[in-house]
Design a protein around this ligand. Sequence first.
Ligand code: FAD
Length: 378
Amino acid sequence: MIAVDVTVVGGGIVGCAVADAAARPGRSVVLLEKEARPGAGTTSRNSEVGHGGMYYPTGSLKARCCVRGRRLLREFCLGAGVGWRDAGKLIVACDESEAPGLERLHALGVANGVEDLALLGRDELHRLEPQVAAVAALHSPRTGILDAEGAARALAARAAARGAEVMTGAEVTGLARRGGVWEVAVRRGAETWTHASRQVVNCAGLHADEVAAMAGVDVDGLGLRQRWVKGNYFAVDPRHAGRVSRLVYPVPPRDRDTLGVHVCLDLAGQLRLGPDFEAVPRREDYGVDPARAGAFFAGAARFLPWLAPQDLQPALSGLRPKLDTDAPFADFQVRRETGDLEGLIDLIGIDSPGLTSAPALAEIVVALLDGREPWTAP
Ligand SMILES: Cc1cc2nc3c(=O)[nH]c(=O)nc-3n(C[C@H](O)[C@H](O)[C@H](O)COP(=O)(O)OP(=O)(O)OC[C@H]3O[C@@H](n4cnc5c(N)ncnc54)[C@H](O)[C@@H]3O)c2cc1C
């Protein structure tokens, strides 16, 4: 049986970042992605925002990985020729009752180490974004937008250049620990094989709980079961491109783990609204219901007074792998399994800001692979 040091299951942004960070002379790494190309899962279905990190509880993995990950991801994208723009972001209060929400986020952002945050009054906001109607805003100039799938592809390419074997169309169908190593069963088209791996990193995104269960982790007992929450997007008529040059978000609802329907920008300057929050029973359900347009319009017209209902067209959607808990906040789960499951590292519940956080998550994983303490400071 062929033996490798590390098998990474899943070639989304997280698996690609892990393979890239783990590959080095003297350590063989195999990255297995079941789809035809890296980044084809949730990595290609999101807002493509490199978040600042002002939403998450101080000290949480989400806060720490987001703040560090944005810097690392920006540096990587700029160095590798992957699209990135420091677009900047405004969180806007539509009336005075929402202003305390901005102060709360400002304080949280400062505590989390987010750089250059500034509270703006109506006039300053108007100078920056004359087409946005709001009474105050929190400005995060370092928030960026990127080509997320391009970043995953470039990380996979660099991992390959560092000696990792990157295999697409290759699905992991079994994981069993025997004789002190993991036996990894793989299906690729008509071909099947099993290889031995000293360590396995589960970066399977929407399937991460299933892959962990396949390896023998008690996902239900440990509260690691995921549910799928769709985020729908509506495209804004291209004639409005350029009216807004920064990302514009509302003050997020405090009772739910979502940022609220916001204005996204792509690297070409096109505007999109989204994502909303729709629990779905099936992972394959990516349809966008046109009937949702009314709620999107109502949400965005609060701060974009020029928007008309007919400007919105259903666009894409993505599914968040959310931990199945009623808690208003659920952190990323990065688990170094022990005992009978020694050698397995699971990443579960990697919803937003998982894209931004990917390089920082990869640093943590590599420390665990090396048997070192992962970093603790942002
Ligand atoms: C609507 C929405 C908006 C978001 N917006 C943002 C944002 O603006 N900024 C941000 O930072 N984050 C955002 N996120 C979160 C971000 O998209 C994800 O956290 C990130 O893409 C997760 O990457 P991943 O590699 O863990 O998962 P994925 O990209 O889903 O990759 C997992 C991969 O594993 C593969 N796989 C699964 N099972 C197997 C198997 N058995 N064998 C082999 N391969 C397998 C899958 O095919 C998939 O490609 C958003 C998410 C959603 C849904």
